[in-house]
Design a protein around this ligand. Structure first.
Ligand code: SF4
Length: 332
């Protein structure tokens, strides 16, 4: 019998085919003013034994599918059979990618987390990457030798929510860290051997703060030079402090044209050698696809933003401002 595993609510789009392993529950910080994902939910560390049980449950699932496929003479179509059965993380030649949930797995002490990652890699020897979200502040606080230990255990990629490189905005949205700490965290992660994915939130500066948001975010990313940069535009969610501020008129959501100008400025200032800068979140639909490599695709990305700007200027602002989410549109 296959045991039920616990799975968290979020993962990056690039982890759609990863085995999700929940090592902590919810977010240990939970104060970012734009974030609704874990609001009102208590943070919990899971025990090593609980997580290992989940890893073994996933292994049981794989073994059960393999047995069935072999009996049916379809042993070479393991991945297809898994997908038909709602398991997107198993491929024909095994499990290739795993993602540790929830919001900040590195908050767990280094020793138990290393033990979990090593067990995961032993249980699924075909794994090519093991990734996790991590708060910048948590990575900043880890000693270099702790990061190296996690890397040696098999953790290979960290996804950090930078959101903005502007100190004033970081403080205003209660990110709980500074631009300098974000730079140090990113550099430490890369020096320890991790692949690093940094998230930027277009629109977070609002109408008044877009320029400082764009310029300082580019400055911080230039200092880190991460492997991946992901844009994830602001979308106000009910129940968040930023939603309430917008409702009270204390935060002025920018227009689509304003946010496109902000992204243009950000890309102009960006001087990195990242493998990928991407807009692979649904909330970015208005920018018409910003995907490329740096520095070679910089001009291509600027042209694509210019096309999106021309299109929005031609058609006019959308009736529903996408950054307002469910908030009454009259607030713009
Ligand atoms: S650290 Fe991440 S998950 Fe936690 S509140 Fe901030 S944005 Fe949300």
């Amino acid at each position: 019998m296959v045991t039920e595993r616990t799975v968290g609510p979020i993962r990056p789009p690039s982890e759609a085919h990863s085995l999700l392993i929940r090592v902590t529950v919810n977010c240990p910080w939970n104060r970012c003013e734009f974030c609704s994902v874990f609001k009102g939910k208590r943070f919990q560390l899971r025990t090593v034994a609980e997580v290992k049980d989940d890893i073994l449950a996933a292994r049981e699932q794989v073994d059960a599918i393999r047995r069935w496929a072999e009996q049916a003479g379809l042993g070479d179509r393991l991945g297809d059979i898994a997908r038909y059965n709602g398991i997107p993380w198993l491929e024909n030649d095994g499990v290739k990618s795993a993602f540790l949930q929830d919001a900040d797995s590195l908050i767990m002490k280094t020793e138990p987390l290393s033990e979990i990652v090593a067990f995961l890699c032993e249980t699924f020897p075909t794994l090519e990457r093991v990734c996790s979200y991590a708060r910048g502040k948590t990575v900043f606080r880890k000693k270099p030798e702790e990061l190296r230990r996690l890397r040696a255990a098999g953790l290979s990629r960290l996804h950090i929510g930078l959101e903005t490189g502007d100190d004033e905005l970081l403080a205003r949205v209660q990110k709980g860290t500074t631009a300098d700490e974000m730079v140090q965290a990113g550099r430490k992660a890369i020096e320890a051997g991790f692949e690093l994915s940094e998230y930027v939130m277009p629109g977070l500066g609002g109408r008044e703060g877009w320029r400082q948001h764009a310029e300082n975010t580019a400055r911080v990313l230039n200092a880190i030079n991460p492997h991946f940069i992901r844009l994830r535009s602001l979308r106000l969610s009910q129940g968040t402090p930023l939603y309430e501020k917008a409702k009270q008129g204390e935060f002025h959501v920018n227009s689509v044209e304003g946010v496109l100008l902000e992204i243009r400025r950000f890309i102009e200032d960006l001087e990195v050698t990242s493998e990928l800068i991407t807009s692979d979140f649904a909330s970015n639909f208005f920018m018409g696809g910003v995907d490329g490599k740096f520095p070679e695709d910089k001009e291509k990305l600027l042209k694509s933003i210019d096309r999106a700007l021309a299109e929005w200027r031609r058609t006019g602002e959308p009736k529903r401002n996408p950054f307002l989410g469910s908030l009454n549109q009259s607030v713009v």
